[in-house]
Ligand binder design. Structure first.
Ligand code: 5GP
Length: 114
């Protein structure tokens, strides 16, 4: 797959407000936040989209979700609630082709989304 700017963030070649890191996952604040808390959780091993996942990636995707929940608890808004989103391809609104989970919190979310 073509490399994206997220690989450069992983390598610290471009700056980002990194809020969480472990062996497999990096998380940083979105540059255009859509909520008071808007953090992107990405696997360090690049996968382009949800459609590219295989069974062996199940643990990796689970780690993204768990990292987001752990962050929400640590930051104190887990009980109030939050939203997680993974956009896929153009109709899903994906703009960066390195899979990422959006964690949005700190305000009441609306449903359905636009
Ligand atoms: P997508 O639209 O692919 O689901 O989400 C990509 C997200 O990456 C967008 O919310 C966008 O604001 C964010 N983004 C794009 N470029 C950068 C950047 O250079 N730094 C950070 N921190 N976020 C970015």
């Amino acid at each position: 797959m073509a490399e994206t700017l997220f690989s450069k963030i992983i390598r610290r070649e471009i700056p980002a407000d990194i809020v969480y890191e472990d062996d497999d996952v990096l998380a940083f604040r979105d540059i255009q936040p859509q909520a008071p808390v808007h953090v992107l959780f990405i696997p360090k091993r690049a996968v382009a989209t949800l459609n590219d996942l295989v069974v062996d990636d199940a643990l990796l995707i689970g780690k993204l979700v768990l990292a987001a929940a752990t962050f929400a608890k640590r930051e104190g808004f887990a009980d109030a609630g939050y939203r997680t989103v993974i956009n896929c391809n153009p109709d899903g609104g994906q703009s960066v082709y390195h899979i990422h989970l959006h964690l949005l919190g700190g305000r009441q979310m609306q449903w359905p989304p636009g």
